[in-house]
Write a protein that binds this ligand. Structure first.
Ligand code: ACO
Length: 150
């Protein structure tokens, strides 16, 4: 499997982005300035990630998603490793990813790959979304931030 840089007008991109982020409004805050990479199986887009430059040294994975039917097959791990490799090639020093405090599976996955928690964005979900978001029955408030030195 390989990834390719996607054009933002390609179909199905938003279907995937919306798996990882609740609203188009939130996605539109970072998507214009992001590079989106996708992985395909039999010409079907099954996974995606968005890389967003924070500054010349730091880059953030703002969105990563795998189609539901294809989850749990290693594609998410592959995409994370691909994002790390591409960020290294682009000579960034640090790669960052954030997720909700309730997202235990995502937190496990990111730490398994080598990301380490370095901070919390307090009230991120309360301040950046107009409607309350519940995950695993819990109101989302804070974003857990993880990073990896490249
Ligand atoms: N429950 C618990 N563990 C699981 C599940 C599950 N449903 N699915 C996979 N796993 C485990 C796997 O067993 C594996 O662990 P292991 O190596 O110890 O066996 C690990 O999680 C990684 O599995 P992958 O198959 O590589 O990951 P996947 O292809 O499912 O992709 C992803 C992970 C991207 C989080 C995917 O599940 C997804 O799209 N979820 C919905 C969107 C989302 O939450 N995105 C992240 C939001 S944060 C952000 O975007 C920055």
């Amino acid at each position: 499997m390989i990834t390719r840089l996607l054009h933002k007008e390609e179909p199905f991109i938003y279907d995937l982005l919306l798996l990882a982020d609740e609203t188009l409004e939130a996605i539109n805050k970072y998507i214009t300035d992001s590079e989106i990479y996708g992985a395909e199986i039999d010409h079907k887009l099954v996974g995606i990630y968005a890389l967003y430059e924070l500054n010349k040294d730091e880059i953030e994975i703002k969105n990563i998603a795998v189609l539901e039917d294809f989850q749990g097959k290693g594609i998410g791990t592959f995409l994370l490793k691909d994002a790390i490799e591409k960020s290294k090639q682009k000579r960034y020093k640090t790669i960052i990813i954030g997720t909700a405090e309730t997202s235990t599976y995502q937190l496990k996955l990111y730490q398994q790959i080598g990301f380490q928690i370095f901070g919390i964005k307090k009230d991120f979900f309360l301040e950046n979304y107009t409607e309350p978001i519940f995950e695993n029955g819990i109101l989302l408030k804070d974003m857990i931030m993880l990073k990896m030195e490249l």
